[in-house]
Design a protein around this ligand. Structure first.
Ligand code: SF4
Ligand code: SF4
Length: 151
């Protein structure tokens, strides 16, 4: 996906975002937190487990039709398995979580950004993030190679 030249993007002067820890994006609704090999290694390390044991305990395989992905488990209430009055693995949270809201689909247009702002009270308030930070997050997501378990 391309975003147009940075100097023409709606975020060319940076954007405001500070998480309020409301938990909305971590809880209550079904969703996926897809993992890369680096995410899995970091999470297994912080939990002092092998990657195999971590995967069996905290992950599920999601079949998306043409590909499979490894995602964190959810509770029956659709909370992320690591939600506990906040993110309990914050320092090792996956890239998907670390780069929010600088995701390609959200940064594609001002309309997409504004739509996301309806869901996230941290958007358009708090710390201003530079165009460099936003671009860096987008590039990390673009380059990310996700785990694709065998069916
Ligand atoms: S919805 Fe936004 S403010 Fe709430 S926890 Fe998620 S990122 Fe933070
Ligand atoms: S890993 Fe942490 S930040 Fe990511 S969805 Fe789970 S609780 Fe939220």
């Amino acid at each position: 996906m391309t975003y147009g030249k940075e100097d023409k993007a709606f975020w060319k002067d940076g954007l405001q975002f500070s998480c309020t820890s409301c938990g909305h994006c971590c809880r209550h609704e079904p969703g996926y937190v897809f993992l890369s090999p680096e995410d899995l290694a970091g999470l297994a390390k912080i939990k002092k487990m092998t990657e195999q044991v971590f995967s069996e305990k905290y992950c599920r395989t999601v079949d998306l039709g043409i590909v499979t992905r490894l995602s964190l488990l959810e509770t029956p209430e659709h909370d992320c398995v690591f939600w506990d009055q906040g993110c309990s693995i914050y320092n090792a949270r996956p890239l998907q979580c670390r780069t929010y809201p600088c995701w390609p689909a959200i940064m594609a247009s001002i309309e997409d950004w504004d739509r996301e702002a309806q869901e996230c009270p941290g958007i358009n308030q708090g710390k201003r993030h530079s165009v460099r930070e936003i671009s860096s997050a987008l590039k990390k997501r673009e380059r990310e190679v996700l785990i694709s378990p065998t069916r």
